[in-house]
Design a protein. Structure first.
Length: 233
């Protein structure tokens, strides 16, 4: 369509079209063996027809390889295993317009271009498997720091390995570069309001992604410096 908008994963797992944002939510990987379209920010999730294929809406769901997650490229169309194609609802060429599947009729709202992306151009999200620091935007610009199993802020130290993390796209979790078996986790199984390092378990309390300049959990909780206290520890 004229707006040249991109398929975009929203925070609640829905799909819409939006203008280019250079974010992981607009990037995908195609797994040829299972014929699934994996979300780039969490490659355990795939594009799927909602309600096990009984609905028309598209969602991101845990990859099962079921028929409602299987898509192939058919010219300019992304066709499901049962012949439905990915369709911009009502041909609405505007940001936030919902995306679903529909019978193929050949309209522009069903046609897509595939662009192969350079992950280093990501500006609004975490680049998987690339080491990074998380720097607070408060005046002190302190870095997120692993202190034992606790997570605190401390003065940035370029030689400190406990300030360097990696985003694991297979689980959507943030892991210390020095120990990929643990992840930033919400304490008390998600009932707490503190973060700590826990064994990697691929659960919602460990799933994070950037939304603008905030680090947001899968259920909408935001990484927060307690009391706004801009000091070490």
């Amino acid at each position: 369509m004229n707006g040249k908008r991109l398929l975009t994963l929203t925070g609640d797992g829905n799909f819409v079209i939006k203008k280019r944002e250079f974010s992981p939510e607009q990037m995908f990987r195609y797994d040829a063996s299972s014929r699934t379209i994996r979300t780039f920010s969490n490659q355990q999730r795939s594009v799927e027809v909602e309600a096990s294929g009984r609905a028309r809406n598209l969602r991101a769901g845990k990859t099962t390889g079921g028929w409602n997650q299987q898509f192939t490229i058919d010219g300019a169309f992304l066709k499901n295993e049962r012949g439905l194609v990915i369709d911009v609802a009502g041909s609405g060429d505007r940001d936030g317009q919902n995306v679903l599947v529909w019978k193929k009729h050949g309209g522009k709202n069903q046609q897509w271009n595939i662009e192969y992306a350079d992950v280093d151009k990501i500006q609004n999200g975490l680049i998987p498997d690339k080491p990074f620091r998380l720097i607070s935007k408060m005046r002190g610009q302190r870095a997120l720091t692993m202190q034992g199993r606790n997570v605190v802020i401390r003065d940035r130290n370029n030689g400190a390995q406990n300030q360097i993390f990696v985003y694991d796209s297979q689980t959507g979790s943030i892991q210390p570069r020095t120990n990929r078996n643990i992840s930033v986790d919400i304490g008390d199984h998600g009932r707490g309001r503190y973060t700590k390092m826990s064994n990697e378990r691929d659960i919602w309390t460990q799933h994070f992604q950037f939304r603008g300049d905030r680090l947001v959990n899968e259920r909408g909780l935001v990484l927060d410096i307690a009391g706004g206290r801009d000091r070490n520890g």
